[in-house]
Design a protein around this ligand. Structure first.
Ligand code: CTP
Ligand code: MG
Length: 390
């Protein structure tokens, strides 16, 4: 596996945006643009260093202040007067790395797949950048605001970032540019100047650079969309088991079933509802049934498990989810459960506020094998799918 040092220049003032703070610290959904941008790179194990040139008045910045995890790879430094100077300063701090990726702090929507693609292309070819084909017709205009000619759009791409280069290629390009006093508006232009081919990787148009106030509106829209897409569905799995005991009622899926024994437990021991509750709390990553309804709490002694299920339903809606579907299997040697299944499904669908067509309950025997086969107990398992509603 190769290693990548990422430089995220964030030292600009953002004149064109015209906000009261430097652009990288402008808040998008209560978080600085820079925080959103840094997060685009944290999940890449190839990234071994993230260097962030900042405006001098922000030089004491920490990941904590930026609401980021305290990732040891991140290092903050003071930038320079131009983007070029900021990157040059960061280049001096790069440890060992195969590639250097430069990404504007002002681009908080770099797509993970695009980043991976441009990294891979750069490791193959030494230099690659994300870009998109120009979409508008391009006019070359003279000083009197007259069109001199129309450029051939089919050959024009707009450069995005990340722009990724083998370390020595970028170092050489910066050295040459410094010597010639050449300040480009991106990094590829410096590499082009030393005669090194640079590959273009087609990126997503949502990788916008926040430059003008109108870009903030687009950014807010993209952020909402990103949030929505991040976790549209969740799944969970649940399993429970109870011992059979004489003198107890047998209650499954909220249905009382005539039988010589019943399931033993602190509550009514409705094994299938317990498995479903565990699947739901699991899907929400909120622990298990015991952490919500402790079995040493007198409040839950002999309680109807449907009451617990309805409480769990409240948790689902509080978190902004609804049931997609539930599927459960009861493992019991006897009695035959088939005639009670439909009533169980009705109960569950009612308590979970979902159509009965989205609730499945099945039953199977244990073929007389093991503790269930010997009728010492019953078990149930369940899966649930939750879908985001807000
Ligand atoms: N940048 C930098 N150091 C500078 C100037 C710019 O690190 N001296 C960074 C910016 O913070 C930004 C990126 O380079 O993330 C791209 O530059 P641009 O979008 O032009 O940002 P600003 O220069 O801040 O904006 P403006 O040109 O409108 O002032
Ligand atoms: Mg600028």
């Amino acid at each position: 596996m190769y290693s990548v040092a990422v430089i995220i220049p964030a030292a600009g003032s953002g004149k064109r945006l015209g906000a009261s703070t430097p652009k990288a610290f402008f808040l998008l959904d209560d978080e600085p643009i820079l925080s959103h941008t840094i997060k685009c790179f944290l999940d890449f194990s190839e990234v071994n260093q993230i260097l962030i040139p900042l405006p001098s008045e922000y030089s004491g910045m920490s990941s904590e202040e930026l609401q980021l995890p305290s990732d040891v790879r991140i290092r903050y430094l003071t930038g320079g007067a131009e983007r070029f100077d900021s990157i040059q300063k960061a280049l001096e701090l790069v440890d060992s790395a195969d590639l250097i990726a430069v990404h504007d702090a002002a681009r908080p929507f770099a797509d993970q797949e695009d980043i991976r693609e441009v990294f891979d292309r750069a490791i193959e070819s030494d230099a690659a950048i994300l870009a998109v084909p120009a979409s508008d017709t391009l006019k070359v205009v003279n000083d009197d605001d007259l069109i001199s000619h129309t450029a051939d759009r089919t050959k024009i791409w707009q450069a995005l970032t990340p722009q990724v280069f083998r370390k020595d290629v970028l170092a050489k390009a910066y050295k040459k540019a410094a010597k010639d006093n050449f300040i480009g508006t991106d990094d590829a232009s410096l590499v082009e100047r030393i005669g090194h081919p640079v590959n273009v990787v087609s990126g997503k148009r949502t990788n916008i650079k926040i430059t003008y106030p109108a870009d903030v509106q687009m950014a807010e829209y993209l952020l909402q969309r990103q949030k929505k897409n991040r976790m549209q569905i969740r799944t969970g799995i649940g399993y429970d088991i109870h011992r059979l005991k004489e003198g107890r009622k047998l209650i499954l899926g909220g249905v009382e079933i005539p039988f010589e024994k019943g399931l033993d437990g602190h509550s009514d021991a409705d094994v299938v509802i317990h498995a479903i509750i565990d699947a739901i709390t699991g899907a929400l990553a909120l622990g298990d049934i015991g952490s919500h309804f402790p079995d040493d709490d007198q409040a839950y002694k002999n309680i109807d498990s449907r009451i617990l299920l309805r409480k769990v339903y409240e948790l689902i809606s509080e978190k902004g989810y609804a049931i997609g579907n539930v599927d459960a299997t009861i493992v019991a040697e006897r009695p035959k459960l088939i005639s009670y299944i439909s009533k169980m499904r009705d109960n569950l669908a009612n308590d979970l506020n979902v159509d009965v067509g989205s609730v499945s309950v099945k039953a199977t025997t244990s073929e007389k094998i093991g503790f269930i086969g010997r009728e010492e107990g019953m078990s149930a398992m369940a899966t649930v799918l939750l879908k985001k509603t807000i």
